[in-house]
Each structure stands twice: as C-alpha cells, then as structure tokens.
Design a protein around this ligand. Sequence first.
Ligand code: ADP
Length: 726
Amino acid sequence: MTKPKLVASVLFTIPVPEPFDYAIEPDLDVQPGDYVLAPLGARQMRGVVWAVRDAGVQDEGRTLKTIEQQLPVPPLSASCRDFVDFVARYTCHLQSVVLRMVLSTPDALVPAPVQVSYARSPASPAKLTAAREKVLQACQSGSFGATELARRAGVSVGVIKGLAAAGGLTTTKASADQPFATPDLSLRGKTLTASQQHAADALVALNKGDAFAPALLDGVTGSGKTEVYFEALADVLARDETAQVLVLLPEIALTQDVLARFEKRFGAQPAQWHSERSMPQRRRVWREVAHGRARIVVGARSALFLPFANLRMIVVDEEHDNSFKQEEGVLYHARDMAVARAKMANAGIILASATPSLESLVNARSNRYAHMRLAARPGAAVLPPISTIDLREHSPGPGCWLSPPLLEAMDGTLARREQVLLFLNRRGYAPLTICRHCGERMKAPDSSTYLVEHRFSGRLVCHLTGYSRPKPKNCPACDAQDSLHPVGPGVERLEEEVRLRFPQAVTEVFSSDTMDGAEQVRSLIGRMEAGQIDILIGTQMAAKGHNFPNLTLVGVVDADMGLQGADLRAGERTYQTLVQVAGRAGRADRPGRALLQTHQPDHEAIAALCSGDREAFIGAELGLREDMGFPPYGRLAALVFSSLNEKEVDALSRRFVAAAPFVDGVDIWGPSEPPFAKVRGRWRRRVLVRSDRSIDLSALIAAWRSRIDLPRSIRLKVDIDPYSFL
Ligand code: ADP
C-alpha cells in the first residue's frame, strides 16, 4: 500500500459494476489500455487500465494497492475501449461483462508456448533403424512438430526424440503462435463488369477520407458483391500498411468456399474467428490481431470484440441475417454494433446483402448510408423466375407434402440431369407427435414446447433447450400401444417421400442434425457442387451463400411457414429467406426457377417475391412499421423475467411495470405470457417497451431497473432491439 501520485482505474472481467483504483509505482509507465496484473482480494487478476489520472483530493486518506505488472501485449485501443463502454451502456450490461468478450482468450496475454520443430540433419545418425528411416523420409519436405512428424512417419514420439539425440534431426524452437502470411496486394481480382466497377469505385472513393463512411452494398444474389467489397478492402490495405480489416459472416457461411476466395484474391489465408476454432487457434488469432499483424480477419459476430490495433474497415456480409443477433449472455446485434465499432474507430463499414434489412434500407434512403446497387448477375446468369403453387388447388394428398406440379417439375429437372433443392425449414421428422387414442400432445417436461420427432436418432427433441428422450412405444398419458402419431413434415419425413417418389435419384438431407461439424458441411457442399447429389433437402442451412452451378429447381415446400405469429419481422424474414433460397437456382449459363407451395399466394411477401417488386413490399412493410412506431421508426426492447415460481414471476413483473417511468413517447405492453411460457423449468413473463427514436431507451431501462430491487430468484433479461418474440 502506498500513497499514490498516479492512479489507474482497472477494469476486470469479473462482474463488478465499475473499474477499481490502483496506485502506479513510479517505475511503471502505465497507460490507458494497458493489460495489467493487479491484486483483487486474495488473488492477482488480469485487467485493462481504463483511465490514468493524477491523484487528487478524492484520493487523500485512501491507501491503494499497486499494480503488480504490465502484461506483454499491445494496449487495447481507445476506440475499442469506447466500444466496450458503448456496448455495455446500449445493452444494459456491466462494462466488465462486455470486457470479458474482448478478453475471451486470456492465454493470449502471456507469452506463447515455444514449439520445437524437427528437420533432417545433414549428418546421418550412427544407428539407422527401420522406424528412424521412416522419420527421415517423412521430414524430407520440411520441418514439423514432434507429434505431427510422428503421425506422418507412423512412429512414436519417442523415436523422433531418440533420432534427434543421435544427431539425425536438427531442432529449432519457435513461438507456437506464428504470424499469418501477409496479403499480397499486387494481386488483382476478377475483371469487374461495368456496374461492379462502378460500385467498387464508389466504395473506394467513399473511404479515401479514412473516416466513418457507412455504405449499403445492395445486390441480387450472385451479382458479385464479394468481388466488389474485395476491391474496397484491397484499397484500404494498400494505402496503409498497418491497416486491418474485418469481414463478418453468418457462421454457416464460413465455409471453405469463401475462405478459398479470400486466399485467391489476397494470396494469403485470412485469420479466422468462429466457434469451431480451437483454443490455440483462437489464441494465435487474438495475439496476431492485437499486434496488428493479422491484417485480414474473417469471423462470426464475436470477432467484433477482437482487440484490433488499427481497424480500418468492417464488412458485414449478409447483413440481414438473423444469426448476427446474439441471443445468450450480452444480447447484441452484430450488424448494429459493427456500425458503432466502425464509427468509434473512424473506419469504413460496408453492409452487404441481397435482401437488406429494413433498418439498413431506411438508413440508405435517408442518406445516412451511401447506397450501392448491383441489379444483375454478371455474364448470362439471370435471377430465377419465382412462381407459386396454390396448395388449395393442388393438394399433395394425405400424408404427403409435394404437390403434383412440384413433382412434375422435379421429374423434368432430373430428366435433364440437373439438380433440385427442396427447402423446408424444419429439422427432424415431424414437428408434433399426438396420441391417436387420447389426443395427448408430446411436450417437453420442463418447457412449454412440443417435442419434435427425430427418426434419425429415434428420439423426441425439444428444439429450444435440446432436451430429448427416446420415443416411447406407449402413450405416456393413456398407455395406449403404438398410438403415437407424427403430425406435419420435417426434412426427414420429406426425405422419406422423396425416396419413395424418386427411388433412382441420389437424395441427401442438409440440416444441422445430419451435419456433424464444418467438415461434413464442406463435404456435402463439395458433393453438391460436383453434381453427385440429385435432390438436396435442406433447412435454412442450405439457403445461404452456396453456389451450385447445376441446381436449376428450388422447391419451397411450405412458403407460409414463417408468416404466422405475432413477430414484427415475420413478413420481412419470410421474404428474405425465400429470396435467398430462390437465388440458389440457376447460375452462369443455366436458367433456374423457384416454385413456392403456399396456401396464401396473395400474401404481400409472397406476391412481391413472384412479381419481383421488392420496392412495393418494402414500401408496404415500412408503412406498417411507421404507423406502429416500430423499428426502424421507433425503438423496441423486451424485458423477460423468469423464476422457478410462476406466482413470483407474475407478481414481480407486475410490480416492475407498476414502477415504470412516465415518459411521453414510451409505450409499455405487458407483462404477458410469451409463447414459451416455461423454459428449463423457469416460468417466464415478457414486457415489451416501445419508444420514439428520440428517446434513449437503454438509459431509460437502466434507470427503471435501478429503482427496483429484484430478489435473486428472479432473472431479468434485457433485450434491446429484440428479434425473438418467443
Ligand atoms: P454475391 O456475393 O453477390 O452473391 P459473388 O461475389 O459470390 O456474388 O459472385 C457470384 C459468383 O459469380 C462467384 O462465383 C463469383 O466468382 C462470380 N463472379 C462475380 N463477378 C464476377 C466477374 N466480374 N467475373 C467473373 N466472375 C464473377
């Protein structure tokens, strides 16, 4: 303990409300952003210096602990610290909880482990056994770590070590976290079409000023948005040799295909950041990003929280995609936070989509974002015509889901040796299982959800919580034997029908249940691209980003599916998904088409799809939103209370609403029972808060919450800009 001259406020990643003050010893040069080790209680904790100030009157009489040491990592930039503060304030979370998202790989704060690699030595060892020969053979092409070399040679690690000791191998020591290859900026991209070049030039010009300059790159599927934003990235990287760029993709899009395109364009693999990366891989990316050496980062939403040294441009590809919304922990929308991040870093930002969100379109219309459009696909490729099959006229027949016109179209497509994609956004075999004897519907025991039958695994599964049980033989309610009956289709059931109808065709299912990890996804995409699959049955996993050159028919089995429910984005989401799915059909020189099976061919979203009149649809949707004062014309937040005790959650959520601030321009609805009134044994109540745009809804909710002391048995989840209303 010392009397301080300089005081540092250090933010830790444990959930405490604010930074702690520490004295800085004169021999330490501590600056804001530095990563430090400091005593907290009995422990030494890692944290980040949030501010440094001269000791003042407020410190008199205080004895402060001192900062123990600085960690060997470049400081967290001021713009990244501002971003942490912003996200915390906006989402109503503690700064420390948001900082934990930045410090997601604490291992990166200490020097990287040293790895020994082995190479052939010019000298030959005294004793050469058969195993040693294999090792020498295996390392002819380079140097390898012991485990890798042992694997290549098919010997034990002991053999490698023995051979090295005998002088047959040389050893070199290097950091396990090697830098990423630097992009080769002399490489050129594809020759752009006139309209692509126009958009690329506009993006480059927009970003010349190195200031916050948001742009919406709005181009039909396959119009070459990726090629266009590559040019903007290349320009930023070429102008400043320390510049770093970040491309956010929906997780599923992080396939080999996209990565290969980056590698081809920039002559180097980008650093990748997503949930399938191992801890050492993350540590390497984090460290290289912090040192400014990883210049191109491609990642899922959490890559936004990486500690970039000099972030100059962000691209949010498929910006409309709902998977950018984080629904656990700190609830944030990565697209919106990316815009904030770019603003704080004075960096460029490009939001790219074939079906931009209404939020982004309104920003473009009001000139807050520059708007670049690509209306056509390059070359001869045309967008597929979309038409409906009215299921009221063309019924598929009992227990079937494919109508006669769709079957006929499939027949024709297969006869031409082209591929079919059937889209049904429902995993499993059947969404509902009922007892034919007593009418019992199979529900999850701890949640108010119906169990979905998965024949693949023989289980009934809750898609919300992951709970599952084997499918019983008898009805659990009335004990009738073999009375449980599947209702409605899932992809597995559709597969059954397809195999029956098209026994000669090679049929595969593309859904998260049938794909175990990225490797399987890649392999399936490879088979589809190579034409080894005739009919692909897919959930939304199949709807995104893939280019299948021989796919000419897309059949949407249930176009009405997303339209039900009281979700403010139901129409928009259905429209976006179906445009994306239909966009899979017909590339390059093969025209494609999309057929939508629907009971509501006149629904605005469906009619707009068929007529291709996006503007009419957007106009109608925006009109509705404006009338209701909903986003993007107003703000919305959801407060979700939960407790193990239903009476308690009911009473306390009411009390909370009763204590609401009276502010003009704010509407409060609820508490009400959400569709999932119980999840994992906890009863839930939901309050929706709507406000005019001029109101700082996050601040209002934070102040409101601080007025009420909720018992620990109640959890309150604040969801600013909610996307899920379940
Ligand atoms: P989007 O991102 O708009 O869906 P992509 O950039 O993925 O479109 O382009 C779709 C396909 O067309 C890709 O295979 C891409 O390589 C190709 N492509 C786009 N523009 C050109 C071009 N100017 N010359 C040649 N191929 C192109």
